[in-house]
Design a protein around this ligand. Structure first.
Ligand code: ASP
Ligand code: MG
Length: 408
């Protein structure tokens, strides 16, 4: 007998029929003697609908009031799922985040979980009851409703699993696991049986939107055994996110190809090559609350150098504006920038012990005539910035070059 936390996403609870199917699945786990805590998202489209509604009143909705409103999406699905479970003859009770007491800080719309009170859930489980908890929400110290950011129900699931020391946290979604890359681009993409937590973190941060990245960080910190699976299939093991690299399980050096079309690139040309110049450029960018991703500085020539970095596309115009005065006082020659770029990355813990990954990657891109504009690496990842129009081609040829279409 195990304690399982299951999280169902918006499409999985998108209609009464689907909610009934979720209830049946939960009933099967109960019938096997397990204790089950279920976390649900709002019905698909509901959170977007609520946000749009708020914007009809206020272009920039008051954050406290926005959280009061968007948290209702999940309040509907917890009740519906509990009803469906009761209808099947099970005992079930639903709770909002505030009722469980998922205590968060007071950063509305992007709150962080501080603590979770498990007593009530434990008592219900002891009474053979399925506990159904609203994802995405909590309360701050004074009882204000908060939400955890888009996709935050994943984090609720993992956080409850951590608090309850659950045996497994199962994230049910509309895909049956984590893939070597996006199957819409590469039909030969394969589902991974396992992926390490570090790789998953890279894949999530690089644009594979299976899990909210914060939930992966949370799972890593609290060593939660996390599994991604489909709510539309009865069979299938999904993808298990592991902590140790289990070399026998999957021998591939590279686990996946991630890509991201959310960035823009800025190059400050001909800045004086002297101490403090990186700070003079990136200081004001940071002060404006703009996150910088890749950074490249060229080798200087004749006392001058070029300095490039990438930012999120949403911050692109703002970053250019911030840099205007910087250009003047550093006497830089100018700015070259563009937002028609993509970042493509190969990810794999096997990279640590294998040489030649970078050269395979660069050769493969060169053979297709794809120019690399920037490169960055970590221990388990190599990322390149390329022209956006070659994204799909690059992903396809890299997937093939690293034989990701072959079973490991
Ligand atoms: N309903 C919220 C959203 O759409 C939270 C979630 O689904 O994880 O972002
Ligand atoms: Mg989601």
């Amino acid at each position: 007998m195990a304690l399982i936390v299951q999280k169902y996403g918006g499409t999985s609870v998108g209609s009464p029929e689907r909610i009934k199917n979720v209830a049946k699945r939960v009933a099967r786990w109960k019938a096997q003697g397990h204790d089950v805590v279920v976390v649900v998202s709002a019905m698909s489209g509901e959170t977007n609908r609520l946000i749009a509604l708020a914007r009809e009143i206020q272009a920039h909705p008051d954050p406290r009031e926005l959280d009061v409103m968007v948290s209702t999406g999940e309040q509907v699905t917890i009740a519906l799922l509990s009803m469906a479970l009761i209808e099947l003859g099970l005992k079930a009770r639903s709770y909002t985040g505030g009722q469980v007491r998922i205590l968060t800080d007071n950063a509305y719309t992007k709150a962080r979980i501080v603590s979770i009170d498990e007593d009530r859930m434990r008592a219900d489980l002891k009474a053979n009851c399925v506990v159904v908890v609203a994802g995405f929400q909590g309360v701050d110290e004074t009882g204000n409703i908060t939400t955890l950011g888009r996709g935050g129900s994943d984090t609720t699931g993992v956080a409850l699993a951590a608090a309850l020391k659950a045996d497994e946290c199962q994230i049910y979604t509309d895909v049956d696991g984590v893939y070597t890359t996006d199957p819409r681009i590469v039909p030969e993409a394969r589902r991974l049986n396992t992926i390490t937590f570090e790789e998953m973190l890279e894949m999530a941060s690089l644009g594979s939107k299976v899990l909210q990245i914060r939930s992966v960080e949370f799972a890593g910190k609290y060593k939660v055994r996390l599994r991604v699976l489909s709510s539309f299939e009865d069979e299938g093991e999904g993808t298990l996110i592991t902590f140790e690299e289990d070399k026998d399980m999957e021998k591939a050096v590279i686990s996946g190809i991630a890509f991201n079309r959310d960035e823009a690139k800025i190059t400050v040309l001909g800045v004086p090559d002297r101490p403090g110049i990186a700070y003079q450029i990136l200081g004001p960018v940071g002060d404006a609350n703009i996150d910088v991703d890749m950074i490249v500085q060229n080798v200087g020539h004749d006392g001058l150098t070029d300095f490039s970095f990438t930012v999120h596309r949403n911050d692109y115009q703002k970053a250019l504006k911030v840099l205007k005065p910087v250009l003047e006082h550093t006497k830089a020659r100018g700015i070259q920038s563009g937002d028609k770029i993509a970042k493509v990355s190969v990810v794999g813990v096997g990279m640590r012990s294998h040489a030649g990954i970078a050269s395979t990657m660069f050769r493969t891109l060169a053979e297709e005539g794809i120019n690399i504009e920037m490169i960055s690496t970590s221990e388990i990842k190599i990322s390149v910035v390329i022209d956006e129009k070659y994204t799909e081609l690059a992903v396809r040829v890299l997937h093939k070059a690293f034989a990701l279409d072959q079973p490991a």
